[in-house]
Ligand binder design. Structure first.
Ligand code: NAD
Length: 435
């Protein structure tokens, strides 16, 4: 049996962060077991997939603006590359841990396979609060982190992307650091870059767009029209904000949204185009006022009596503590891992469908794939082409998952895992175990 502890050094984490992180990996493993049982998968294949291939752990010294030096711990967990280079985001957050990166890297393997992209799964990050860094400190941290990861990332090896606390500027610094050290411009080493250096039109909005597309399809599946749907969305960033605006444009009523400081609720629908997205003005949601707007906590938002609730901020927000209180008829996971496995079981018993993250927010990695294709071909696509091809890919994945759900009478999560896992397991079977 391979070891989970394959990193080269250790770092300390707060108890809170550690237990959250264990939950990410534990949740990912339980989901794997459930789908493997459904598929009657060979135990040897499951054993390989329970473990990441490699975890890089690095300590990143950064000179602060006052001349002092702080050292931050960073990780890159690479789960599986049987179908292609590793792919996944980089997070800057005080809660980043090795265990969390492992769980998130497993989800990336399934997400890429579910979308039939030629990538495997990875995730990484630095345990730091980016809000406490100046722009110059952030740039120094990012360039040094890129240097520390230079032997494990690359356009054909492992391709990072933005995630919580990182953005297109972070990716631009990584691309520059990698390119300067390699002696040639390598736009394909990261995705989610600014367009002028090889980023794709539509990338920033893509995960929210896919959440909106899947919400529309799910409502249609359950014979509910989008026009009459009330929706509550936790998080107003790249995922939640773009999903809210698109669903609003398509006729739904977005009755509640939130940021880290709290939620706002308007039963007649919020003007989501007037409220700044996280990328334009962080934390502009809580405090937004209007004649019929009231304030709620993030916890209360999840328990509103709405047609759809979309957790699109952080992981582990739907747990055994609140799963019995959720009143929505449908849950669409915008964030990665918002539902613990116990909560998932409660929703199954209560017959509340949960459309899983690896399907709903997969637009992000799908447009990252389009960006990578544009980079290696040195040819850019129009915004219209990106959105059209994303729509096609999302509908294709939705149809595959829906067929499994109907044929096997399983949950949406298990249906999605069945599609993904059968592709990954089949690839391993054909390639075999080396040497
Ligand atoms: P973001 O940084 O753009 O926005 C996050 C939003 O959540 C902000 O509105 C922030 O105020 C809010 N938030 C932060 N902490 C919160 C808390 N404790 N409670 C409630 N709200 C909180 O992040 P994002 O890119 O939209 O990512 C959100 C989730 O979606 C993460 O789980 C991420 O892994 C996942 N995701 C992101 C992408 C992507 O490409 N950006 C793709 C797929 C999945």
């Amino acid at each position: 049996m391979s070891s989970d502890q394959s990193s080269v050094s250790s770092g300390s984490a707060s108890d809170d962060a550690a237990s959250q992180a264990e939950s990410a990996r534990a949740t990912a493993r339980k989901q794997l077991e459930r789908a493997a049982t459904e598929l009657d998968l060979d135990r040897n294949a499951v054993e390989r997939l329970r473990h990441p291939a490699k975890i890089q752990e690095v300590n990143v010294p950064v000179e602060r603006d006052d001349g002092s030096v702080d050292v931050f711990t960073g990780y890159r967990a690479q789960h599986d590359s049987v179908r292609g280079p590793y792919k996944g985001g980089l997070r800057y957050s005080p809660h980043v841990t090795k265990e969390e990166c492992v769980g998130l890297s497993m989800w990336m393997t399934w997400k890429c396979a579910l979308m039939d992209l030629p990538f495997g799964g990875a995730k990484g990050g630095v345990r730091v609060n980016p809000k406490e860094l100046s722009t110059d400190e952030n740039e120094r941290l990012t360039r040094r982190f890129a240097h520390e990861l230079r032997n494990v990332i690359g356009p054909m090896q492992d391709i990072p992307a933005p995630d919580m606390g990182t953005d297109s500027q972070t990716m631009a610094w990584i691309m520059d650091a990698y390119s300067m050290e390699n002696g040639e411009t390598e736009p394909g080493v990261v995705t989610g870059k600014p367009e002028v250096i090889g980023g794709s039109p539509g990338r920033a909005a893509a995960p929210g767009r896919s959440v909106a597309i899947i919400t529309r399809e799910a409502l249609d599946h359950y014979d509910q029209s989008l026009d009459s749907a009330s929706i509550a969305i936790q998080g107003f960033g790249s995922v939640g904000g773009h999903a809210a605006r698109l669903l609003d444009e398509w006729g739904a009523s977005i009755v509640a949204i939130s940021d880290v400081n709290g939620a706002v609720f308007d039963p007649s629908g919020l003007p989501v185009h007037e409220i700044p997205l996280h990328e334009d003005e962080p934390e502009a949601v809580a405090g937004f006022d209007g004649p019929t707007v009231s304030e709620l906590s993030n916890e209360e938002l999840l328990e509103l009596d709405v047609d759809v609730v979309i957790p699109a901020a952080i992981g582990n927000v739907l747990t055994e503590r609140n799963a019995g209180e959720v009143q929505a008829d449908l849950i669409v996971e915008g964030a990665n891992g918002p539902t613990t496995s116990v909560a998932d079981g409660i929703f199954r018993e209560r017959e509340i469908p949960v459309i899983p993250d690896i399907l709903a927010n997969a637009g992000g990695v799908t447009v990252s794939y389009f960006e990578w294709l544009q980079d290696i071909n040195r040819r850019s696509w129009s915004h219209e082409r990106v959105n059209d091809e994303l729509e096609t890919e999302m509908l294709g994945a939705w149809d595959h998952v829906r067929s499994e759900v109907e044929e096997r009478d399983v949950s949406w999560r298990t249906g999605a895992y069945v599609v993904a896992l059968s592709r990954v397991a089949e690839a391993h079977r054909h390639r075999g175990l080396w040497p």
